[in-house]
Write a protein that binds this ligand. Structure first.
Ligand code: NIG
Ligand code: FE
Length: 423
């Protein structure tokens, strides 16, 4: 639901810690200091927009909780910006749990796809179900994400791989997003895989000449993404799709340098992509090219964890001044919907400090979706917030077996109340 509430005042106060957001770049333009926090913090919002943030005494003097429409006492707890998940394939049908076992027995992700499994199997399942099933599937996943603190999520199409089904998927993404509290950002990803019995070049022609014009005409998608990978779409095919997407007003994103270093990072910089995602094989040169561009690097530690693979080199990006965003990559190959758990994996698997992981699922994740209005708790930002039933932001990645999110506010309204299962 993107409409802001009207005439509604919100006050959340008394928190042991309030996370404002990254503290801004240092004088040498180095990486942003990971987090600015306020002890005994509070914020107030009017009509879904933050109007005051600071020590509780200061905020409640101007905005007394007793006069607020929504007042929350957060004594002993932590207030964080609502989480943003900037890379998901959350709309799908079918069950690929047997591939989990196959992978444990040594099959690779690429072997499974080359045998007609993986993405292609989900495409067959999606084509067999009706629109209401698709919508119900997505709704259920958004409910879980929201309960885990996600208030904005990007959802890609890409399990249709023909004009009709890609449009159906985008329509389902928009329809569910319209009446769910989570803000849903739709991405067109017709170039997610090459459909069975089609040549890659022939399919790229179809994406460029038939799918993109139809997607632009439909007017739902905001971004265009491509799986730029050995055996899927090469750099020149990816460039053609992303540049055509740009002509139709779709901002580029890219699955880049995940399994092989094909050149996706450089392509992302060349086309001015909003984000380059995965990046496990990015070289030093790629890291520097991204860090010195406006492309946000997005890392998906859940995918590496689920595949038992190496993690992306977050430290290399941070060393040269890049702000690293984090996403779940939720899809049938990576059944992970919690950005809190993503933060845990980023700390344990990629060595991010907890504060950087929290920045990665909030402000930097919002940058990966070109959303300047969220991912921080500052004046003028959206009043999307999470109350953790825990005394500091460190407890989000630290507690990884249960959900420490107790309350979620979206546009200043309480949309999740008291579900933390950490007690
Ligand atoms: O980002 N790599 C392409 N897309 C997904 C996987 C989708 C699937 O396996 O269904 C990803 O990991
Ligand atoms: Fe993906």
């Amino acid at each position: 639901m993107s409409d802001s509430p009207v005439g509604h005042t919100t006050v959340v106060h008394g928190a042991r810690e309030l996370v404002v957001g990254p503290a801004g770049r240092g004088p040498d333009s180095g990486p942003t200091a990971d987090l600015e926090t306020i002890e005994d913090g509070a914020f107030a919002a009017e009509d879904g927009v933050i109007v005051a943030v600071g020590p509780t005494d200061d905020v409640i003097r101007d905005y007394p909780p007793e006069n607020a429409d929504t007042a929350i006492e957060a004594t002993g707890k932590t207030i964080l910006p609502g989480f943003v998940d900037p890379h998901t394939h959350a709309l799908f049908a079918g069950d690929r749990s047997d591939e989990f076992g196959a992978k444990l027995r040594g099959k690779t992700y690429q072997d499974i796809l080359a045998d007609g499994g993986g993405i292609l199997r989900t495409v067959r399942a999606v084509r067999q179900v009706d629109d209401e099933t698709l919508r119900a599937n997505l709704r259920e996943h958004l409910d879980v994400m929201l309960a885990h603190g996600t208030t904005t999520v990007e959802v890609k199409s890409g399990y249709g791989l023909d004009v009709e089904t890609e449009l159906r998927l985008l329509d389902a993404i928009a329809t569910v997003g319209d009446d769910h509290p989570v803000d849903v950002v739709p991405t067109f990803m017709g170039a997610h895989a090459v459909p069975e019995n089609q040549e890659t070049d022939e399919y790229v022609d179809e994406v460029v000449e038939a799918q993109l014009p139809a997607v632009a005409e439909q007017g739902i998608a905001e971004f265009c993404d491509v799986f730029c990978e050995a055996g899927v779409f090469d750099v020149e095919q990816s460039r053609r799709i992303l540049e055509t997407g740009l002509e139709f007003g779709l901002a580029p994103k890219l699955h880049a340098d995940e399994f092989e270093r094909l050149g996706g990072s450089q392509l992302a910089v060349e086309v001015g992509a909003t984000s380059a995602d995965h990046l496990l094989q990015a070289s030093d040169e790629d890291v520097l090219a991204i860090a010195t561009s406006d492309v946000t690097p997005v890392m998906l530690p859940g995918t590496a964890f689920g595949l038992g693979a190496e993690y992306a080199d977050a430290a290399a990006f941070r060393q040269v001044g890049a702000d690293v965003a984090l996403a779940t990559d939720f899809n049938p190959n990576c059944f992970a919907r919690s950005q809190g758990f993503t933060a845990t994996l980023a700390c344990v698997g990629m060595g991010l400090p907890p504060a950087a992981a929290v920045a990665g699922i909030t402000r930097h994740a919002a940058a990966a979706l070109a959303r300047d209005d969220r991912g921080v708790l500052r004046d003028g930002a959206k009043a999307d917030a999470v109350v953790l039933d825990a005394p500091s932001h460190v407890h989000l990645p630290y507690r990884f077996d249960t959900n420490p999110v107790e309350r979620v506010l979206k546009d200043g309204r309480l949309v999740v109340d008291g579900v933390a299962d950490s007690d």
